[in-house]
Design a protein around this ligand. Structure first.
Ligand code: UDP
Ligand code: MG
Length: 310
């Protein structure tokens, strides 16, 4: 059986549509499936829609079924993905957006590759679909940074991927709280292949990410996945130290040769440079400390208020 995890946040208009489209494609290909909707604390009637689909699934589906998991509040897409995977029971699991920007036809292709023995089938974007220029270039910058920081090329990566049960098990066994799904699914390894897909236009509603939430997402994931920013500070610290050494020697020479009065500029410069370096290092360290603090708390990534299935 193929489990399809659908994180849904305020997707009222897309729930039914996703069911219809996926059912059409998969029943045609004769693939038994399970839909796992995760209601990520939606503020609209997404959960009611999911409950309706569960009932509809009971009546319409034979081998397949629909399951719903509801969060007590919005925990974010990564948490929804984890909860979906934890509640999925198929031998293969696919994570997919429920706005159908990930084309359901690709599911069949992924499933066939899995049958051939691949354990991870990554959906990679052939085209990115309609996005504003600002969005496109900041996404590019983010992925460039991520690639540099982690050594894994993620420029065309998406959350659309199929994973074998083994892979799902490994991912679920990760003890970390701050999870970056795209990165982690490359990190776990396994036999991997790719399928290309064209990002479609969103069916209903608007993107759930605000500009600010995307910036937060980028910073969080870079920090969750690498400690490279900390090394920047070390390098900057080293360079400033060399500069300070040269200035120090020069100041001493000036002092001993009796030209010390002009040292004013140097003092100011030194103060500024060292001050700023210390500030940024403290800032970055504080950030990592905050992350450690969060990990140490061992809070659950999500809280489920309800589970239903057909
Ligand atoms: N999503 C979620 N929780 C959130 C934000 C988004 O579960 O806090 C889901 C959303 O319902 C959708 C998927 O993640 O199924 C992708 O979101 P969206 O389409 O808004 O992002 P985009 O396609 O613009 O990157
Ligand atoms: Mg989308």
């Amino acid at each position: 059986m193929l489990s399809i995890v659908l994180p849904s946040y305020n997707e009222s208009g897309n729930i039914k549509n996703a069911y219809i489209e996926i059912k059409k494609v998969l029943s045609q290909a004769k693939i038994p499936f399970e839909l796992v909707y995760v209601n990520d604390g939606s503020k609209d009637d997404t959960w009611t829609r999911i409950e309706e689909i569960i009932e509809q699934g009971k009546a319409e589906l034979e081998q397949s079924r629909v399951k719903g998991v509801s969060f007590s509040r919005n925990f974010g897409k990564e948490a929804a993905i984890l909860a979906g995977l934890a509640n999925a029971s198929g031998e293969a699991c696919v994570v997919m957006d429920c706005d159908m920007q990930h084309p359901p036809e690709t599911l069949v292709e992924m499933y066939r590759l899995w049958q051939e023995g691949y354990e991870v089938v990554e959906g990679v974007k052939r085209t990115r679909g309609k996005e504003s220029l600002v969005y496109k270039s900041s996404a590019k910058l983010f992925y460039r940074l991520m690639t540099k920081a982690t050594g894994i090329d993620m420029s065309r990566a998406s959350d659309f991927k199929l994973m074998d049960r083994k892979v799902v098990k490994s991912i679920l066994s990760m003890p970390e709280r701050n999870m970056f799904f795209r990165g982690l699914s490359s990190w776990v390894g396994y036999k991997k292949t790719e399928v290309e897909f064209d990002v479609r236009e969103r069916e209903f509603g608007t993107s759930k990410w605000s500009k600010w939430s995307l910036v937060k997402y980028a910073v969080k994931n870079i920090a969750a996945f690498s400690t490279v920013p900390m090394q920047f500070v070390t390098v900057a610290g080293g360079l400033t130290f060399i500069g300070a050494l040269i200035l120090g020697i020069q100041t001493l020479i000036r002092y001993f040769t009796g030209h010390a009065v002009q040292g004013f500029t140097t003092v100011i410069l030194l103060l500024l440079i060292i001050g700023s370096v210390i500030m940024t290092s403290l800032g970055i360290m504080g950030y990592y400390l905050a992350k450690i603090y969060e990990e140490v708390k061992r809070r659950p990534v999500y809280i489920i208020s309800e589970v239903k299935e057909s």
